[in-house]
Ligand binder design. Sequence first.
Ligand code: RIB
Ligand code: CA
Length: 330
Amino acid sequence: MERKKIILDVDTGTDDAVAIAVAALSEKLEVLGITVTHGNQPLCYTLENTLRMVEFLKLNIPVYAGCNEPMVQYLTAGRLLNVRRQTIEKVINGETVSIHQKYLDLPKASIQAEAKHACSFLVETLKHTTEKITIVAVGPLTNIAMALRMDPSICKGIEEIVIMGGAIAHGNRTPVAEANFYDDPEAAQIVLKSGCKIRLFTLDATESVLCGHEEAEEFRKTSYVGQFVGDLTEEFVRKCTLLNICDCGKVSIHDAVTVCAVIDPSIVTDLRHQFCDVDFSGGFSDGQLVVDTRMFAKPADPVYVAYKVDRDRCLELMLHSLKHAETEAD
Ligand code: RIB
Ligand code: CA
């Protein structure tokens, strides 16, 4: 069976690490490369974490370093001060608790990133591919937007862009903005308006699949990778609880849910073709996904917003990938 060709863009991070495992271990996907962006941490950390994960998974997938800061956001003096941002790191009883720690708890990477910049890899690969490629973007969209600005014709080489980003009911980094969109609102708007087919996995969709101790135990039973993912999940819950980000003992592994919807799009139970914009005006709603649901607002772009995912089928896909690791490690 033909594997779907993908390029994964990450800001590794906790859930990105799980997304890399679920994608790379799926027999339905062929990961052509992993591009890394700033986001959960500065690029130097997100790149090291991505390399550590690729080495841990015993993969032969090239990793490319991308952009270390948003396209233009920092040019507006005082812009980041306008909103009440979620605390994602603080010292609690002498321990620095961060939902995305600087380094994943894995051995220091001995492999290197490719010399080529992520944006050059994206442009060259997408411009010359003979088969359309799916871009799976689970961090701020800086690399993807920059590549589209460098050469808009790369859209012809893109099957679809599947994004973890945006929020409808509530934000996470701010009351209305989801982190990936908040970390580079202009990039998000550029990608949404690129003319490429887009499926957007908002917090509403990814939070329909929550994981806690029970799911971590299931992960651990699968393979040596599943043991790591189970521990990572429980540590994620512990830290989100300490930071008052969750109070139910369960969290969403946002990026892994998004990858599962690439493996099997039928797990998405609520997907709507909608008119979308991203606020980049620098005010209280900076980075907010703005969906126009008014009667006359006929969507002009092929942007489809996911609101809900089938939890059980999504977890089955995660477990299936993680089980596959055992044979990979033999
Ligand atoms: O809002 C969740 C998203 O922001 C995830 O991709 C997480 O890794 C962070 O990047
Ligand atoms: Ca991410």
